[in-house]
Design a protein around this ligand. Structure first.
Ligand code: ADP
Ligand code: MG
Length: 354
């Protein structure tokens, strides 16, 4: 409970930081457009904020309520922890592993297809079929997050055994029937590295098709800007300082226009064993959290791509990460090491606000 409050409070502080950093306030006016904001706390276990410029509150409310309905729908479909009446979601697929194929909404098949492409692109570094391993870490983190005295690490043998059930090719999709079947009974999907960013992008696409512009979505740190601000200028977003002992809450500001910006950090979800922190991004090579970086941010046009890559680059060396993003159009990265040294790709320099 306390942990949840801390996480929520922290997320809220991120959002406030984001909004302030945009230089916006409720009364700010442009020639014709006013700035409006709203936030929701019921989706994706995080805070989802919408900022938009419109001529009236009514116009903004229309966009916000459509966005909220979409958030609710995607959240239910991609949930791995809860079931919902009348809905087959990722949890339903997991519960039927080795038992039967599950009829699902196309949005689930699209998410798995997207994850398959990114699995290839990242050389298996982000693998949604790793749920069996990730759930062990998740359970240990939950059990010991407020009990450092007794905190333990999972046994490597248990992790290795679970890792025998992470074969992506055992996700069997039947597109005609719109079903998903996990042919390994001990396999589980965990879409935590992908779902939020992917849903953010899908929602942004729907809003764009409706003609929406001058909006910024920030769904739990997955920032997606749609057009510029109301006055035609770029949005700006603060990059959180992973060094929580510092008084500086951010390390820099970046400018965004029609782009996504996503950060994965080791400073928010972790537990401590014998004074060492173990965070929530697991390296499939070692089955452990990798402590090379404390944060990785990705700039991309697509929020889903940015979300997956921010997780992937956490598990790769700086050189390997740089190699991957150099092949992708419009993708730039910022790495903050465990010692808080900062590195970024060449094009990233262009979006840093001096
Ligand atoms: P956040 O959800 O905090 O924004 P990320 O986008 O980096 O962070 O995703 C982390 C989540 O992704 C973890 O909580 C876990 O559910 C999942 N995950 C961790 N490591 C991997 C991995 N190597 N491959 C696939 N999913 C992972
Ligand atoms: Mg991610």
């Amino acid at each position: 409970m306390f942990r949840k409050f801390v996480r929520c409070a922290f997320s809220c502080s991120l959002i406030v930081c984001f909004l302030c950093s945009c230089g916006l306030n409720q009364s700010e006016q442009t020639a014709k457009l006013n700035k409006y904001t709203t936030s929701y706390i019921d989706y994706f276990d995080t805070v989802c904020t919408i900022v938009g410029y419109e001529e009236s509150q009514e116009e903004f409310d229309k966009v916000a309520s459509k966005t909220e309905a979409l958030l609710s729908e995607y959240n239910k479909l991609y949930d791995i922890y809860h079931s919902y009446d009348g809905i087959n979601n990722i949890r339903t697929i997991n519960q039927n592993a080795g038992i039967s194929a599950v009829k699902v909404d196309k949005k689930i098949i699209d998410l798995i297809d997207f994850s398959a492409t990114l699995y290839e692109l990242t050389g298996g570094t982000v693998n949604i079929a790793m749920g069996s391993v990730l759930s062990i870490w998740h359970d240990y983190r939950n059990r010991y997050v407020d009990d450092e005295k007794n905190a333990k690490l999972p046994e490597m043998e248990t992790l290795r055994e679970a890792n025998l059930h992470t074969d992506f090719s055992k996700i069997i999709i039947n597109r005609e029937e719109s079903t998903v079947y996990l042919s390994d009974a001990q396999m589980m999907l965990d879409v935590g590295a992908v779902a939020k960013g992917y849903a953010t992008e899908e929602i942004a696409k729907i809003l764009i098709a409706d003609g929406v512009t001058n909006y910024a979505l920030n769904f739990g740190g997955n920032i997606r800007t749609i057009g510029p601000k109301g006055d035609g200028s770029d949005w700006s977003a603060a990059v959180t300082n992973p060094d929580k002992t510092s008084e500086e809450t951010s390390i820099m500001k970046v400018r965004l226009n029609n782009q996504a910006f996503v950060t994965s950090g080791s400073y928010e979800r972790y537990y401590t064993v014998n004074g060492v922190r173990y965070h929530h991004i697991i390296d499939p090579k070692t089955l452990m959290p990798n402590n090379t970086f404390s944060a990785v941010s990705i700039l991309a046009k697509d929020s889903g791509l940015a979300d997956v890559l921010s997780t992937a680059l956490f598990n790769l060396t700086y050189e390997q990460g740089k190699e991957i993003i150099s092949k992708l159009d419009g993708v730039e990265a910022l790495w903050v090491t465990d010692k808080y040294d900062i590195f970024y790709s060449d094009g990233f320099a262009d979006i840093i606000l001096k």
